[in-house]
Design a protein around this ligand. Structure first.
Ligand code: ADP
Length: 709
């Protein structure tokens, strides 16, 4: 295949072609102008020639008339002479007109006129002499030869006048010939170049066509690779689904067993089971994460997060392994670090677990310092979060500081320890950091330790305090904090049903079970549960179909349904969020189950506690309820409000208030305007509690504004 010429070749050819084209046009114009000038000059010379001949002819006529009269005395001979005088005057004027632009010629023609006048006067005097003194006297004057001399002089002068432009024309003709030659050569060159440019354009179009085909083939190959990668992700997701389901039982039951076993040996066995299961889960997650990142389907889900919690989390996980190696593990967090930031807590934990895990692995003595600090962000509601993980371990060779962030690359500073890993951790860390809008790099002094520097610019400060997550299984929620309820648990896997039952064990809640979609629908219709836990993948009627049937059943339109799934696919997750009231991903802990359930079952009133939260909703003016207004309110409530409620970020909330204000003004709706103003004021004043209350009033307001007047 011919190589595609580079840009400089194109440029040179185009410049050459353009300059030759422009040059030949300019040359053609110049040649044309000069040729037309030469033609004018030739015409001029011809006119001078004709006019001079005429003058000479008229003079000769006059002389002939004069001679005839002198010899014969017959006045008839003088007729041409009389006309000649007038004609000579006319011809001389014509000659003057021809040479009017040539001062030298004008001067000569003026001289000519004087001399002609002298000759004519002379002829006249000879004629008079013939009339008065007779033939002999007149012949005597003629015989002096003065008239002849004057006439000869005039002939010579006329000859010179005729020749002057003729000479110039000869010179011009020579240069015209040269110019014509030059113009012809240029046209020839332009023509040749034209042919060459045509051939070049043809060749170029072929090359470009071939390149286009090659590019298309590459795009095809890329799409195919992406399809393969997607398929790989789907395959891995399915595989992980199959592994997660039994893992749910392993981890769930071992969590429950933790409180039952007292014999140290048994507890040690249990610990091994739990740690092996956790590593297996970690490995699955790593591989899945990597394949999701490669397939470009990993999304970041920011939620209100207390950055201090990161430090506590690190201590909880790594305090014991560090202690075992006699390494000091310290997490330093400045006091003034905002308490709640909008971050993907799970991903940040994943990053930190990888970095601190590596630090512990590659450090045998000394210390590990995890430092968090912050700077002001672009606006007052954002900060720049910096995190450093520094250790005093084996360190990383300078030439490996960058490549260790590539998948499956290890630095080689400690082969023995490296065999425990896969080289995937830092690759995931870098991709996650970048997906969260941050950067990461490493510095190190070989043999003295390494430091990993993370920087997350523009992290929003959230006004919602982060959900308080207990760190250990013992802290899992007490279901008796919730009003006793009837819960329908549907799962085709008996062990999972049993696991959920065990998690509820000891509580006042009543559990009913179903093992497929059909049973879910029929039991929901007959039992009217307060809450349904519904597995999605079941043989026969699956969870989604069962959900649709339940929703269509009278009286069950609003029953809370929590989807339970082992799926890790993102589109599933997005779909679940839209369809179900909540979802739980297997394997889940008792605490996670409690957290989700507690969103739907009312808390048991403590003595002295008011049963319902009092709200001071703004008084409603008669509500406008045009359908477009109501539709927009519902859209905002469904699509935007949940994020505002969950994140309580100042800027987002203010923007939301702005939208409500605009909507209120365009209809108009004073109650909505009042609500929007209060919301904006609270966000401006950073009044966390009041802001949250105000945000939570929105669905109620939407409901009231949607009712017909
Ligand atoms: P893994 O630890 O599973 O091998 P990682 O991607 O987490 O994979 O790390 C890649 C390599 O980077 C490690 O194998 C090790 O060579 C080097 N490395 C990472 N962290 C440290 C550290 N704190 N000290 C020294 N070397 C490190």
């Amino acid at each position: 295949m011919p190589r595609q010429p580079n840009r400089s070749v194109y440029k040179t050819v185009v410049v050459l072609w353009l300059s030759l084209s422009i040059g030949s046009v300019v040359l053609a114009l110049v040649t044309w102008v000069q040729l037309s000038r030469r033609l004018t000059a030739s015409r001029h010379a011809f006119d001078v020639e004709v006019s001079s001949q005429e003058v000479l002819k008229l003079l000769v006529d006059c002389e002939t008339g004069e001679r005839g009269f002198v010899i014969t005395g017959d006045e008839a001979f003088l007729v041409p002479m009389l006309a000649g005088r007038t004609n000579l005057a006319i011809e001389l004027d014509h000659l003057v007109d021809i040479v009017r632009n040539d001062p030298e010629m004008l001067r000569r023609v003026a001289g000519l006129r004087d001399r002609i006048s002298v000759i004519l006067d002379r002829f006249e005097s000879v004629n008079n002499t013939r009339r008065t003194q007779g033939f002999t006297a007149a012949k005597g004057i003629v015989a002096t030869g003065v008239s002849k001399d004057l006439l000869d002089d005039l002939r010579t002068e006329l000859g010179q006048i005729r020749q002057a432009p003729g000479h110039l024309v000869a010179i011009h003709l020579e240069s015209t010939r040269k110019e014509l030659l030059r113009a012809s050569l240029t046209s020839l060159a332009a023509g040749m170049l034209g042919i060459w440019a045509g051939v070049f354009a043809f060749w170029l179009s072929r090359v470009m066509l071939q390149h286009k085909e090659r590019e298309q083939a590459l795009v095809e190959a890329k799409l195919q690779a992406e399809r393969n990668s997607q398929e790989k992700t789907v395959f891995l997701a399915n595989m992980s689904h199959e592994i997660r389901t039994p893992m749910n039982s392993i981890l769930g039951f071992s969590e429950l067993l933790d409180g039952e076993l007292h014999e140290p040996r048994h507890r040690q066995y249990l610990k091994s089971i739990r740690s092996s299961a956790s590593s297996l889960l970690q490995l699955i997650n790593d591989i899945l994460d990597m394949s999701k990142i490669e397939a470009g389907v990993l999304t970041i889900q920011p939620e209100p997060t207390n950055p201090r919690e990161i430090g506590e989390f690190i201590q909880t996980i790594f305090a014991e392994p560090a202690l075992r190696k006699n390494i000091k593990l310290e997490c330093k967090v400045p006091d003034d670090l905002p308490r709640s930031l909008l971050l993907d807590r799970i991903r940040l934990r994943q990053i930190m677990v990888n970095l601190v895990g590596n630090a512990v692995k590659f450090t045998d003595r000394g210390s590990i310092d995890v430092r968090l600090d912050w700077e002001k962000g672009e606006s007052s509601s954002q900060i720049v979060l910096n995190i450093q993980v520094e250790d005093t371990g084996v360190g990383i060779p300078p030439d490996k500081l960058e490549v260790i962030f590539k998948p499956f690359v290890q630095a080689g500073a400690n082969r023995e320890k490296e065999t425990q890993g896969t080289g995937l951790g830092l690759a995931i860390v870098r991709r996650l950091t970048e997906a969260m809008g941050g950067t990461i790099f490493a510095t190190s002094t070989l043999g003295h330790g390494a430091t990993f520097h993370l920087r997350f610019p523009n992290i929003p400060i959230s006004m919602r305090l982060p959900a308080n997550e207990p760190q250990s299984s013992e802290a899992g929620g007490d279901f008796n904090q919730l009003e006793p309820a009837l819960v329908l648990v549907v799962d085709d896997n008996g062990e999972n049903r049993q696991l959920i039952a065990s998690m509820f064990a000891g509580s006042d809640h009543k559990l009913e079970f179903g093992s497929d979609g059909l049973e879910a629908v029929s039991k929901a219709r007959t039992l009217r549960p307060d809450l349904i836990l519904l597995d999605l993948r079941m043989p026969g009627m699956d969870g989604r179909e069962a959900f649709n049937q339940i929703r269509k059943s009278p009286g069950l339109e609003a029953v809370p349904v929590i989807a339970v799934t082992a799926s890790t696919q993102l589109q599933d997750e997005a779909g679940m969020r839209e369809t179900f009231n909540a979802h739980l991903r297997k394997p889940f802990s008792k605490h996670e189950l409690f957290t989700e359930v507690s969103h739907f079952l009312p808390r048991r009133a403590q003595p002295g506690e008011p049963s319902e939260r009092t709200t001071n909703a703004p008084p409603l003016t008669p509500s406008p309820s045009p359908p477009e207004f109501v539709a927009e309110l519902h859209r905002l409530s469904k699509e935007e409000w949940p994020t505002i409620r969950d994140n309580l970020a100042i800027n987002e909330t203010k923007a939301f208030a702005g939208k409500l204000k605009a909507l209120a003004e365009s209809w108009p709706c004073p109650a909505l305007a009042e609500y929007a103003q209060a919301l904006a004021q609270r966000a401006d004043a950073y009044e966390v509690v009041e802001l949250e209350e105000q945000v939570n009033r929105f669905p109620d307001l939407v409901k009231r504004l949607s009712e017909p007047n």
